[in-house]
Design a protein around this ligand. Structure first.
Ligand code: ADP
Length: 266
C-alpha cells in the first residue's frame, strides 16, 4: 500500500491478486500509520496547548518580581498565576485521561456502575461552580439500574457534560440532568438553556482541543478536551453521545450506555 491510500482503496487494488495474507498485511500497515498519525498530531497539539499557560505563568512570575514594592500589584499578579496554574493542572489531568482512553485498552477491572450514583457524584462535583444556576436531576425509572464498566470514567464523562452546561449558560438558568431506562440502554441527558452551538460547529465539538469560540473559552477556562473524553468513554462502554442544540436557546447532550446484562460479568 502506498501512503495516503484509504483501506478501501487498498483493498480494491490488492484483492485481484487473490492473496488474503497480503491484503491483511496491507490493511494492518494502513491502520498502524493512521494510529501513528493520530499520535503525532496529539503530541503536537499538546505541546502547543501547554505552552500557553506555561508562558503566561512565566510572564506573571516576572511581573511579580518586578512589582516587589507594590503589594497591590503583587496580589493581583499572583491571583492570576493561581488561575493559570489551576488551568494548567486541569489541562494536564485531562491530557493524561484522554491519552489513556485513546490507547483503547480494555477497562481495568470492569464492574457494575450505578447510574443514579454516577449522576449524583457528577452533579455534586460540578455544582461547586454552579453559582446561581439551578441544577435539577430527574430520574426516569433508573433506580437501582446499572451499566457495566468504569464508575470513574462514566462519572468523569457526566461531570464534563454538566460542567459544560454550567459554563455555557447564563446566571439564573436551569441545568436539567435526566436519566431514562430503555429496554437495552440507559440515557443520561444534560439539558441547558445556554448559548447553544451553531449548526456548522456541532460536528466538530467532539474533536480534541476544538472550541467553538477560543476567545470565549479563555474566560470559561475550558481545555477543549472535555467532549473528546466523553466520546471515548461512550465508545469504551459500547455506547454513544449525541447532541441537539439551537444557537441562543440551549443544548441537550445525551449519553447512551448499554444496560448491564448478567453475561457481562463473566
Ligand atoms: P471546553 O473545555 O472548551 O468546554 P469541550 O470539549 O468540553 O471543551 O467542548 C468543546 C466546545 O464545545 C466548547 O469549547 C464549546 O464551544 C462547545 N460546547 C460544549 N458544551 C457546550 C454547551 N453545553 N453549550 C454550548 N457550547 C458547548
Amino acid at each position: 500500500g502506498r501512503p495516503g491510500l484509504s483501506p478501501r482503496h487498498v483493498t480494491a487494488r490488492v484483492a485481484p491478486l487473490g492473496s488474503r495474507l497480503v491484503l491483511a498485511l496491507v490493511e494492518d500497515r494502513t491502520r498502524e500509520r493512521q494510529v501513528e498519525a493520530v499520535r503525532r498530531d496529539f503530541v503536537a497539539n499538546v505541546s502547543h496547548e501547554l505552552k500557553t499557560p506555561v508562558g503566561a505563568i512565566r510572564l506573571l512570575a516576572e511581573a511579580v518580581a518586578d512589582a516587589a514594592d507594590d503589594p497591590e500589584a503583587v496580589h493581583r499578579f499572583s491571583g492570576r498565576m493561581l488561575t493559570e496554574s489551576d488551568r494548567l493542572s486541569r489541562l494536564v489531568q485531562q491530557i493524561i485521561e484522554l491519552s489513556r482512553l485513546q490507547a483503547n485498552e480494555p477497562i481495568e477491572g470492569p464492574a457494575p456502575v450505578s447510574v443514579d450514583d454516577v449522576v449524583k457524584t457528577a452533579v455534586d462535583t460540578s455544582a461547586i461552580d454552579a453559582d446561581s444556576r439551578h441544577i435539577s436531576v430527574v430520574s426516569g425509572g433508573t433506580e437501582g439500574l446499572e451499566v457495566y464498566g468504569s464508575t470513574e470514567q462514566v462519572t468523569a464523562a457526566v461531570a464534563n457534560l454538566v460542567a459544560n452546561a454550567i459554563a455555557y449558560s447564563g446566571d439564573g438558568s436551569t441545568v436539567l440532568v435526566t436519566t431514562k431506562a430503555l429496554p437495552e440502554t440507559v440515557e443520561i441527558s444534560v439539558v441547558d438553556q445556554g448559548i447553544g452551538i451553531p449548526e456548522s460547529e456541532v460536528e466538530r465539538i467532539f474533536e480534541r482541543f476544538y472550541r467553538v469560540d477560543p476567545a470565549r473559552h479563555r474566560s470559561t477556562g475550558g481545555t477543549g478536551l472535555g467532549l473528546s473524553i466523553v466520546k471515548h468513554v461512550a465508545a469504551t462502554h459500547g455506547g454513544d453521545i449525541r447532541v441537539w442544540s439551537v444557537e441562543g436557546q440551549g443544548s441537550t447532550f445525551t449519553l447512551t450506555l448499554p444496560r448491564r446484562k448478567q453475561e457481562n460479568e463473566q
